[in-house]
Ligand binder design. Structure first.
Ligand code: B4P
Length: 200
């Protein structure tokens, strides 16, 4: 159970509850999809869930549209409800790769509470490091609605102020696995697998 068999000569990754941490454009979403697929668990992207809500013009979408467009974070209470519902679904019981949550200390506390309540715990937090100049050019190349230069600089400022403290937080709990994200997508995936071998 929990054994990844995508490559016969690779050691298995047994970690099943993983958080991807990193600045905007670091490749969290890209790598979450690849890792989740290989582990047979869902990749859960809070950014993607919010974008879907905006596209559907749901109550949630209408509420968060302007916040996201400005490069700010949606409030912790709203995000707690979104993540609590998503992690309660059947497909997330075996494990998950959480992309974009938590993004604040309060969200980290909420995630722990959600998992504690159902007798689960995090296995690892993968931090993807990428130099700032590379982040900006990647994001501008992507051309999403919130990917203008002004907004990406704001999102980076928000990351440094509100999300970066989580690096020390998870480091103190021995959950942090640092990965060099300034490589090809395939090489970053390999580095993540290497960092996770033996976890879980
Ligand atoms: P996200 O959707 O999480 O956006 P992101 O951080 O920019 O994306 P990511 O790091 O996943 O980059 P990607 O793989 O796409 O958040 C968007 C917004 O939603 C936030 O600003 C906020 O408003 C809101 N939000 C989400 N979660 C929230 C929360 N918990 N609390 C409050 N608000 C929240 O990669 C970027 C680009 O690089 C892609 O084009 C990709 O192809 C490319 N790329 C990836 N890996 C590469 C590599 N190794 N080499 C070259 N290019 C690469």
């Amino acid at each position: 159970m929990g054994v990844d068999s995508t490559s016969s000569d690779a050691k298995p990754v047994t970690a099943m509850r993983i958080v991807m941490l990193g600045p905007p454009g670091s490749g969290k979403g890209t790598q979450a999809e690849i890792l989740a697929e290989s582990l047979g668990v869902p990749a859960i992207s809070t950014g993607e869930m919010l974008r879907e809500a905006v596209a559907a013009a749901s109550t949630l979408g209408l509420r968060v549209n302007e916040i996201m467009a400005a490069g700010e974070l949606v409030d912790d209470e709203t995000m707690a409800a979104v993540v609590r519902d998503r992690l309660a679904r059947d497909d997330a019981q075996k494990g998950f790769v959480l992309d974009g949550y938590p993004r604040t200390m309060s969200q980290a506390t909420t995630l722990k509470e959600i998992l504690d309540r159902s007798g689960r715990r995090l296995d690892a937090v993968v931090q993807i490091d990428v130099p700032e100049g590379e982040l900006v050019s990647r994001v501008l190349g992507r051309q999403r609605a919130d990917d203008t230069e002004e907004v990406i600089l704001q999102r980076l400022a928000v990351y440094h102020e509100q999300t970066e403290p989580l690096v020390a937080h998870f480091g103190e709990r021995s959950l942090l696995r640092d990965v060099d994200g300034h490589q090809s997508i395939e090489d970053v995936s390999t580095s993540i697998r290497d960092a996770l071998v033996g976890e879980g």
